[in-house]
Design a protein around this ligand. Structure first.
Ligand SMILES: C[S@@+](CC[C@H](N)C(=O)[O-])C[C@H]1O[C@@H](n2cnc3c(N)ncnc32)[C@H](O)[C@@H]1O
Length: 280
């Protein structure tokens, strides 16, 4: 394989089109080096000698598409990312929801779950709340388009930066909700059993797996994923998400995302937090 060649302009356009087709992500041609770095190991493993030949492989071989998706998605995440959102969920959303829905089971969707830090952060908060609110029950659905990153979420093994931050900010919760591993921490089964993980493309309608079948979500985290899409796809994603939300549900976006400029049914509640208006 000739590593010095880089991706030729026509091949780069073809790759960017494939990324958009399979993930909805709008990549600019400035991502050429990133694509080279991510695709090269896979091409070596497959003994494919040119980017053009790899484009053809993704086009011709359906089995290659999940690998391609794993490589072109960016999965950065952290426990308790954007603290004020978690303060809101803990001190406002959960107490109010429980007052208004006594005896019901809260359903939460982490809609671009990545390796699971976000959904286990939700689970820890809910578990803490359950200690104060006897009878409170919750279930969390985590979805992502990348099967590889979902396998990491399923394992619940964490190390490095996300563990260091969590140990510094929530040492008591680390002791309660994780067991020590040789090279990091693993989420305890007591927390995992509230969580279901499933592969899902946000551009498509959600068919919630059991036990969420026929259910609408009370709280949806759609964080740090909208900004990968162009406006057209942002609209599609928001419409799809809307269909899966209960009346009075809350939608939470990522730190640098907003609905500004998007024609949607959402009403601003506070920065990053939206609710559905009276529309169906
Ligand atoms: C930067 S991570 C965000 C993780 C987490 N929500 C957070 O805010 O920390 C973005 C995730 O979106 C996923 N993603 C990208 N396109 C997607 C799509 N069309 N449908 C579902 N997930 C997608 C990626 O695989 C990646 O795991």
């Amino acid at each position: 394989m000739d590593n010095s060649a880089g991706i030729q302009p026509a091949t780069l356009s073809a790759l960017i089109a494939l990324v958009r087709e399979h993930t909805g992500i709008a990549m600019s041609d400035r991502k050429s080096v990133l694509l080279e770095r991510r695709l090269r190991p896979r091409m070596l493993a497959l003994d494919i000698g040119s980017y053009q030949a790899y484009v053809q492989k993704v086009r011709d071989d359906h089995a290659e598409v999940p690998h391609f998706i794993d490589l072109v998605t960016t999965n950065d995440t952290l426990f308790f990312r954007t603290q004020h959102v978690w303060d809101y969920v803990e001190s406002e959303f959960l107490p109010r929801w429980w007052r208004e829905h006594p005896g019901q089971t809260l359903t939460v969707w982490s809609a671009a779950a990545s390796s699971g830090e976000e959904l286990y952060s939700i689970a820890m908060l809910c578990d803490q709340f359950a200690a104060l609110a006897p009878g409170f029950r919750y279930r969390i659905l985590g979805t992502d388009i990348s099967r590889q990153i979902l396998a990491q979420a399923r394992a619940g093994d964490y190390a490095g930066r996300s563990v260091e931050r969590l140990l510094a900010s929530h040492p008591d919760w680390v002791a309660k909700y994780f067991t020590a591993r040789a090279d990091g921490l693993q989420v305890v089964d007591a927390l995992k059993r509230h969580v279901t993980l499933a592969q899902h493309n946000l551009l498509k309608p959600l068919r919630p797996p059991s036990p969420f079948t026929h259910q609408k979500f009370d709280l949806v985290f759609l964080r740090n994923v909208l900004f990968y899409f162009d406006q057209e796809h942002q609209q599609v994603v928001l419409q799809q998400v809307r269909h899966s939300m209960a009346p009075q549900a809350r939608l939470i976006l990522g730190e640098s995302e907003s609905m500004t400029g998007l024609d949607t049914a959402w009403q601003f509640e506070r920065p990053l937090i939206y609710t559905l208006g009276s529309q169906p």
